[in-house]
Design a protein around this ligand. Structure first.
Ligand code: PRT
Ligand code: ZN
Length: 289
């Protein structure tokens, strides 16, 4: 009987997403060595192999079933119009695909682009945007260093990825409308896969969810007067009740809970105002609910 191939995951070999993707995979318990020197890396503790390739190739490889999963920017998947399933937004590699034009030129808004030349590595996303507006533009497809195109009079404006905006500014361009917001995503092939592989994907997904939730949460420990427990329970947003432990001093208790990072300071201040003290805040490695 033919032995089944390992679950194959496509990741960027060398680029902006590589380090964070490898870190995420390590954080969820996958072990491998030598990923820098090889194109195919076997996971040491699970039936998984990594294929290290250019990010542009990942959506097609996943679409065609060469890889079962891929970690890649939504910008690439959408531009390639790949037939894959997005199974998780991963909240890193954030950027936007934006229109930009020379600082002191006549192009100020999307409507000013009618009949103009736009340099971009994203012809499909750019065309979709202008088609929706009913405007006709001439797309000049360029594979890199798009920002220099207006200076070289290759185009009147550009459509390119932006994160901080400093590259645009350095090239005398101003950012106009963002046309697409992107982040790294976990994509899965739509080709049929075995139940064993699907189980492994489900495990990976659960671990990623746990990791993402943990990153957005903090473990908080505090002491408080027993008389404040009810007020403290009302302040803590945790869906489950907090852990309450008695202390040597019968008038005091220790309370442990998990709080979301985005409400963290507000919660701390409110806890303090009802008598909580000796608060200790810890990062969380992972969470399984
Ligand atoms: O070799 P390979 O084809 O694999 O890599 P690549 O050179 O095509 O891609 P890479 O490593 O540059 O980017 C990989 C992915 O990172 C992209 O597809 C996006 O999903 C994501 N990402 C996030 C970015 C940026 N931020 C980003 N700022 N990709 C590119 N940029 C570039 C942008 O094109 C511009 O040149 O950075 C410059 C602008 O940056 P700021 O900070 O000056 O605005
Ligand atoms: Zn690329």
């Amino acid at each position: 009987m033919e032995t089944e191939q390992s679950l194959r995951i496509g990741i960027q070999k060398s680029g902006r997403l590589t380090e964070k993707t490898i870190k995420l995979l390590e954080d969820i318990g996958l072990k491998f060595d030598n990923y820098k020197s090889s194109l195919m890396v076997k996971c040491l503790n699970m039936d998984i192999e990594l294929l290290l390739i250019r990010d542009d190739d990942i959506p097609e490889y996943v679409q065609d079933g060469v890889c079962d999963l891929g970690f890649v920017g939504a910008n690439v998947t959408q531009e390639r119009r790949a037939n894959v399933s997005v199974i998780r937004d991963l909240e890193y590699g954030m950027c936007r695909l934006s229109l930009a034009a020379p600082k002191n030129g006549s192009i100020k808004h999307a409507k000013d682009f009618d009949g103009k030349r736009i340099a971009t590595s994203y012809p499909n996303l750019t065309k979709d945007f202008f088609d929706k507006l009913g405007l006709t533009v001439k797309i000049v497809e360029i594979s890199g260093a798009v920002e220099i195109a207006p200076t070289l009079n290759v185009s009147d404006a550009i459509c390119d990825l932006v994160s901080t905006g400093s590259t645009l500014r350095a090239n005398g361009l101003v950012e106009l409308d963002p046309i697409f917001y992107s982040q790294t995503q976990l994509i899965q092939t739509n080709k049929p896969i075995s139940a064993t592989k699907q189980d492994l994907i489900n495990r990976i997904l659960l671990r990623i969810q746990g990791r993402q939730l943990a990153e957005k949460s903090r473990y908080i420990m505090m002491n408080a007067p027993s008389s404040s427990v009810e007020e403290i329970k009302d302040i803590l947003p945790s869906a489950k009740s907090p852990t309450i432990l008695s202390l040597a001093d019968p008038d005091m208790v220790a309370i442990h809970s998990v709080v979301p990072i985005n409400q963290f300071w507000e919660i701390m201040e409110r806890l303090k105002s009802v008598g909580a003290c000796d608060m200790v805040i810890l990062p969380i490695e992972s969470m399984v609910q």
